[in-house]
Design a protein around this ligand. Structure first.
Ligand code: R5P
Length: 306
């Protein structure tokens, strides 16, 4: 265990109090004091109040709606380094800019790569949860610093096992098969993936394979991100038309753009549940112990654990 004078300091961004408390306790971190605010012209003001010389600093910031958070994060990391922190590790339970990993149309910015280059310049390590990896297989392909990825599958499976009677996990499309089958096998539950038959641009039929088998189960939709909610809302509609009972909707990352949360509730979700990677009222699955384990491991690798 760290002595309190050497223990890493945890600088948690606003809104992260609950997860900061569990992460701090599980990793033996001490709270880092800072002031973050905006000047009237909306420039950022950052001040580190804790003595950080010779101590690792851990920054906790979910990077949903990232653009307003990134400059303060950068200023904080730079300040900590100048004040002598022995390392700066970013815990971003939700990692931004993972989608645009290619130039899909001429002239587009490949923001995943630019963002990863920039972040790798001002932190020494990165921890996140289930980043949206599609064409990039591993964070190390774009991030130059050591990283750890926490997988939520175990925690999702445990929650489903505890809370849902006779669940059948449902993936909204074939891309979700791997993800849903993994959670299902950990939960010891059956799963199915919606089948789409496309007859034309606007003529798509969706079906649940072996529908009769699932009519007396509780459908549980599982996805990594709920952003606009359209994927889940469309799927709920299909399930309803097929005569299944209202589904429980589980997402790892509660992005919920605009009115997505209200829209999903209005679409008839029996329950909406997310992990606490982005602070939100739907958070019910705590990943702090997993983040703590990953953090301890990364600090070990960086030689930053006393
Ligand atoms: C797609 O690749 C993801 O796994 C999610 O299905 C998607 O991000 C959900 O987005 P939305 O909530 O906007 O439909």
């Amino acid at each position: 265990m760290n002595s309190s004078s050497q223990a890493p300091l945890l600088f948690a961004f606003p809104g992260h109090r609950t997860i900061a408390a569990s992460l701090g306790e599980a990793s033996g971190l001490r709270p880092g004091e800072m002031t973050l605010r905006e000047f009237p012209d909306r420039e950022s003001y950052v001040r580190v109040l804790s003595a950080c010389e010779g101590r690792p600093a851990v920054l906790l910031c979910a990077l949903d709606r990232p653009d307003d958070k990134l400059l303060p994060l950068y200023f904080l990391a730079r300040t900590l380094r100048e004040l002598g922190a022995s390392s700066v590790v970013l815990v971003a339970p939700y990692l931004a800019y993972m989608r645009q990993d290619r130039r899909f149309k001429s002239g587009e910015a490949v923001t995943s790569r630019y963002f990863a280059d920039w972040v790798s310049d001002f932190v020494d390590g990165l921890i996140t949860v289930d980043p949206h990896l599609h064409r990039i297989r591993d964070l190390n392909e774009i991030y130059a610093v050591s990283s750890r990825v926490v997988h939520a599958a175990d925690a999702l499976a445990a929650w489903i096992g505890r809370e849902i009677e006779r669940p059948v996990l449902i993936g909204p499309d074939s891309e979700s098969r791997q993800w849903v089958s993994d959670v299902a096998s950990r939960a010891g539950a059956p799963f199915t993936v919606l089948e789409k038959t496309r007859r034309g641009d606007r003529d798509v039929e969706v079906s649940v394979p072996e529908l009769d088998r699932w009519l007396d189960h509780t459908p549980v939709l599982v996805d990594d991100i709920i952003s606009t909610g359209r994927t889940m809302i469309e799927t709920l509609g299909h399930l309803k038309r097929l005569g299944l009972p209202p589904a429980v909707c589980i997402g790892v990352h509660a992005v919920f753009a605009g009115n997505a949360y209200e829209d999903l509730k209005a679409a008839g979700a029996a329950r909406i549940v997310t992990c606490n990677t982005i602070p939100h009222e739907s958070n019910a699955i705590d990943l702090a112990p997993h983040l703590a384990e990953a953090l301890n491991d990364l600090l070990d690798e960086l030689g930053q654990r006393a």
